[in-house]
Design a protein around this ligand. Structure first.
Ligand SMILES: [Zn+2]
Ligand SMILES: [Zn+2]
Ligand SMILES: [Zn+2]
Length: 273
């Protein structure tokens, strides 16, 4: 099964819409991997992680058939990851959704409240249902496919999670919108070696690890996971969720991360899991 990284920017995108800082101007000039949209992932064709403001653009750019989605895993309620207003347009009169199609959302209390308000509680009419998550408790998506919400260290006003997918014995972790994890998350990963993960690098060249992380902290995460045996052989370790405020363009990020065995994500990047 393939994972596709749909977007690799922090909340304001890169170039940021109204910004004329050096990093945004240079990204506009260079184009290519320096153009970054807001985050989201496809896992196979029926599972998506997060539904942010660039989701419609992603479906057009990568030819994604959202009408086939069965499971939507939401990491937290921040606007760059969760735009529930879009789901208003699943109801009759806006979309022809097949009788058999039901989309299941998985998220925390705040994620639920936002979408429930938008849908006026009319879940059946939108052919959707909601499953409330508890950190570290797996949800089963298919016979050999489960998703485990690990506790992130991000916005303490809600239970932000990092989704760990276990697919036929292999593991992919979405580890952004987090700073340095609390002990329980490190411990949980100790017995579950990862085959691929994407890690928060919002701060780029700025060395911080609270709420989000920068390049140095991403490298410290890799070292700690290695030390505790949480990286399987051949693990794809990928940095993502970049902000223009970090200042480092794709080439700068590759120059820093390349020698450390860390890949730099770009919009549309795809890999098997
Ligand atoms: Zn974010
Ligand atoms: Zn900028
Ligand atoms: Zn966030």
């Amino acid at each position: 099964m393939d994972v596709q990284i749909l977007g690799t920017a922090a909340a304001e995108a890169w170039p940021a819409v109204f910004c004329h800082c050096r990093a945004c101007d240079e990204a506009r000039r260079r184009g290519g991997k320096d153009i970054r949209s807001r985050s989201g992932y496809m896992v196979g064709e029926t599972i998506k992680i997060d539904y942010g403001p660039d989701s419609s653009y992603h479906s057009l750019r990568y030819g994604l058939a959202y009408e086939r989605l069965e499971h939507l895993l939401v990491s937290h309620s921040h606007w760059d990851h969760w735009v529930p207003e879009e789901f208003l347009y699943r109801k009759p009169g806006f979309s022809s959704v097949p009788e058999s199609s039901v989309l299941t959302l998985y998220g925390n209390e705040k994620v639920f409240r936002r979408v429930d308000t938008v849908l006026s509680g009319e879940w059946e009419r939108h052919r959707m249902r909601f499953v409330s998550i508890t950190p570290f408790e797996p949800v089963q998506l298919a016979p050999d496919l489960s998703a485990i919400p690990l506790l992130a260290a991000h916005d303490m006003s809600e239970a932000c999670v990092n989704w760990l997918l276990e697919i036929e014995g292999r593991r992919f972790l979405q580890a952004h919108d987090t700073g340095w994890w609390a002990d329980e998350t490190w411990e949980f990963l100790r017995t579950r070696p990862l085959n691929a993960l994407v890690v928060d690098c919002t701060f780029g060249g700025i060395d911080r690890d609270r709420g989000h992380m920068g390049c140095e902290a991403v490298y410290r995460v890799k070292q700690r996971l290695e030390e505790q045996g949480s990286l399987a052989g051949g693990c794809r370790f990928i940095a993502t969720h970049f902000s223009h405020n970090g200042g480092w363009l794709h080439d700068d990020l590759e120059a820093f991360f390349g020698p450390k065995g860390i890949e730099v994500a770009y919009d549309g990047m795809r890999f098997p899991i």
